[in-house]
Design a protein around this ligand. Structure first.
Ligand SMILES: [Zn+2]
Length: 317
């Protein structure tokens, strides 16, 4: 979680390094787009290919919930033609940084403003964040779920919005962006159809996570119900015996064949549930970020989601 002290240190460094444009990427006349996490980074690449410079602030392999911007990141944000961020609880640092830039701040796209949002939800059995602390508990009651990209329908809307901005900013490549974008949207529509078919024709409609649950938009879109140890972006990693016990009972009661874990998790809670029930652990990827190896192998949002389609076939049947 982002700390106030770090922010002050960061701002000081920012002004020490200097706020002027450093000329990076300027000479090739390409648009420069900076994104916080992986999904919009990949969307920009799919639409703009080599016609744009795109930088993701999270390094491949870096956990998105503990990310803090470096002075270089802040300079890159300021020098960009477009800065795309999610705008949820993990991006609380963004507003302060943009404000500090005054009229030098870049154009921005906040994903939470592009699609209808829902609040993080505490479902039965789920461990509340800081439930022992009533005050903080109240503060956590109304947190907008930031994982909008987990629904391919939302991703289509986001891709359309990015396409519109790139086309307006770089009119000479407008036709290129629009052509790429419409092909990519077709792939996302196919993906949506695959999820729909798998889920509609499946024996079960329930998934269970021995982990955090960042799939609220996905679950809502396809009518899947879920159990999980924690809500979307919870920073907690230790589940109570009560939470684990509840999940173990649910696996048995509903005869679920798979316990899910998510990317960048140590999977320990899922392991405990699997040990107690004899079922298999699998990964459902929410795509916050990818590993270094995946990055080098050209893994995309679409390829991650296609894997999820296959995994769900197994988990729901
Ligand atoms: Zn998250």
């Amino acid at each position: 979680m982002y700390k106030k002290l770090n922010f002050i240190i960061l701002l000081t460094l920012f002004f020490m390094v200097g706020c002027s444009n450093n000329g990076e990427n300027v000479e090739d006349n390409k648009l420069t787009i900076v994104t916080t996490n992986f999904p919009p980074y990949d969307f920009v690449k799919q639409i703009g290919e080599d016609k744009v410079n795109v930088k993701m602030l999270l390094k491949p392999g870096e956990e998105s919930h503990t990310y803090e911007p470096t002075p270089k990141d802040i300079i890159d944000i300021q020098n960009s033609d477009l800065f795309i961020y999610v705008g949820g609880e993990n991006d609380v640092w963004v507003d302060d940084i943009l404000t500090s830039m005054g009229d030098k701040k870049p154009d921005t796209l906040k994903l939470l403003e592009t699609v209808p949002t829902v609040e993080e939800e505490i479902v039965e059995g789920m461990q509340h964040s800081h439930s022992e602390d009533e005050h903080e508990h109240e503060e956590n009651e109304h947190i907008i779920d930031e994982h909008v990209w987990t629904s391919p329908k939302n991703s289509i809307i986001i891709v359309e919005k990015i396409t519109e901005i790139l086309s307006n900013k770089d009119t000479k490549n407008k036709t290129f962006y629009i052509k790429n974008s419409s092909e990519y949207i077709k792939s996302l529509e196919d993906l949506d159809l695959k999820f729909r078919q798998v889920i509609n024709s499946s024996k079960r409609k329930t998934i269970l996570f021995g982990d955090r649950f960042p799939f609220r938009y996905f679950a809502d879109e396809y009518g899947v119900s879920y159990y999980a140890a924690f809500s979307g972006c919870s920073t907690e990693t230790e589940a109570s015996p009560k939470t684990i016990g509840f999940l173990i009972d649910k696996v048995k009661e509903e005869d679920l064949p798979i316990v899910f874990t998510i990317e960048f998790s140590n999977g320990k809670i899922a392991d405990s549930i699997c040990e107690a029930t004899g079922v298999k652990k699998m990964l459902l990827n929410s795509g916050h970020n990818i590993t270094k190896e995946q990055f080098e192998n050209g893994v995309t949002y679409l390829s991650l989601m296609e894997e999820n389609v296959e995994v769900l076939k197994e988990a729901l049947n």
